[in-house]
Design a protein around this ligand. Structure first.
Ligand code: B12
Ligand code: SF4
Ligand code: SF4
Length: 353
């Protein structure tokens, strides 16, 4: 058992250590059930807004609260790591030769970078409180990182539902540590959106007509990354030249004026060849070429077929007839989804009279 005074000192020291490890935000909250959060999550699932992400439903009780996943948990340490971009993520909008990859996917896989720093922080804590236990999470576990981050005071969930930070804007990856230690909780962050609706107005697919409630099925990030099979026709033109994820709602947030690349984690800098890539090069990928090019990147997990599918929709939207011969060749692709996307792109590039 760690004494209260000692625990409070440990908590302050942990915040300093988190900073030294590259986290720009660190806060503490409890691990119990928040009935409102659980109810809203249940409602979101009930309306089918998770689309085909069945993994969100299958472990919903574990996701709904930290103790649902790990009854021994007493506190949550919420952490944020900056990936602030150097340039305006919207700069390539409408470019007929280049594709847009969302900022989060332009560098190394953040799961690896954040997990490594979380594990280092976990080792630090266990060395000082060896009788305690903990678990570290980033993204993939049934953990609601955004509401926990808001409860721990490191930001608030904006109308687009992502966590916004006063200091780092939209560009923060989240991670969490569940601990058996009973830390003092921080005050939750208050909502700073006010009457602003810039993110809602910017969304190309109207994925959150009601603020704070995203319908993933309409979100370009979901459609280009999670959705298997052909993307419904109604969304194809709205994809524009976005081939992996989407940043529009994040990029327009006025709080980004405080975000500074100086705070970005050194390992989260973008790969130069992914900031303004040529569609033509991506359309030429075979499986081996795709895997090699995206080694160490989060993009690798969607596989060549889904990636080329997205590039074909972008080619169709480009109006760039120089891409027509590559598109034509892909109409014979062995993957039926790629072949169908190529048919669509071909019809867009040379519409029948
Ligand atoms: C599933 C998922 C997605 C899905 C669904 C997104 C979503 N908004 O839920 C898809 C594939 C669309 C997606 C996209 C993106 N994602 Co994502 N995703 C996740 C994941 C794995 C789970 C999120 C989740 O629990 N969703 C379920 C919904 C119900 O949760 P919620 O949005 O918090 O819901 C709350 C609100 O709706 C609110 N609410 C409901 N009704 C009401 C009513 C009122 C009045 C109010 C006030 C509130 C309210 O209460 C709900 C429950 O608390 C997390 C990682 C994790 N384990 O947490 C990453 C995560 C959220 N994603 C992340 C990122 C970076 C993105 C993208 C920006 C990537 C990109 N550039 O393409 C986009 C952003 C799209 C967007 N506008 O949300 C980051 C966000 C970081 C941050 N600062 O917030 C996370 C945290 C990953 C990480 N570890 O960093 N993602
Ligand atoms: S990521 Fe793009 S499509 Fe999804 S909600 Fe934001 S602006 Fe809309
Ligand atoms: S753009 Fe406006 S409404 Fe959207 S998250 Fe930022 S401050 Fe909130």
């Amino acid at each position: 058992m760690v004494k209260k005074d000692t625990l409070s000192e440990l908590q302050q020291a942990l915040k300093r250590e988190a900073r030294a490890l590259g986290f720009v935000a660190c806060g503490f909250t409890g691990a119990g059930v928040d009935p409102l959060r659980a109810e809203r999550f249940e409602e979101w699932l009930g309306k089918g807004r998770h689309g085909s992400m069945e993994w969100m439903e299958s472990r919903k009780d574990q996701r709904a609260s930290p103790q649902g996943l790990w009854p021994e948990a007493r506190s949550v340490i919420a952490l944020g790591m900056s990936y602030a971009p150097d340039v305006d993520p919207l700069a390539l909008e409408g470019d007929s030769e280049k594709a847009r990859i969302s900022v989060y996917a332009q560098g190394r896989d953040y799961h690896d970078v954040v997990k490594k720093a979380l594990k280092a922080l976990a080792r630090w804590l266990i060395a000082r409180a060896p009788e305690s236990e903990l678990k570290v999470f980033v993204d993939t576990a049934p953990v609601m990182e955004k509401p926990l981050g808001e409860a721990a005071g490191i930001g608030w969930q904006g109308k687009h539902t992502n966590l916004v930070s006063r200091e780092h804007g939209s560009w923060m990856f989240l991670g969490a540590i569940y601990s058996t230690l009973e830390f003092t909780t921080d005050a939750p962050h208050r909502d700073m959106c006010g009457s602003c609706r810039a993110c809602q107005d910017a969304c190309p697919t109207d994925a959150f007509p009601t603020p704070y409630r995203l319908d993933a099925r309409r979100c370009i990030s979901y459609l280009t990354i999670e959705h298997k099979g052909p993307i419904p026709e109604e969304f194809r033109e709205s994809l524009g030249n976005r081939i992996y994820g989407c940043d529009d709602c994040l990029a327009v947030c006025p709080w980004n004026k405080f975000a500074d690349t100086a705070h970005r984690h050194i390992k989260l800098a973008p790969r130069a060849e992914l900031t303004a890539p040529l569609l033509a090069e991506f359309l030429a990928f075979d499986d081996a070429g795709f895997r090699q090019f995206f080694s160490g990147s989060p993009i690798k997990r969607v596989g060549r077929d889904r990636f080329v599918r997205n590039c074909l929709y972008a080619a169709g939207n480009s109006g760039n007839v120089k891409l027509a011969s590559m598109v034509e060749r892909l109409r014979q692709d062995p993957d039926p989804v790629v072949a169908e996307a190529a048919d669509w792109a071909a019809s867009k590039l040379s519409p029948s009279p």
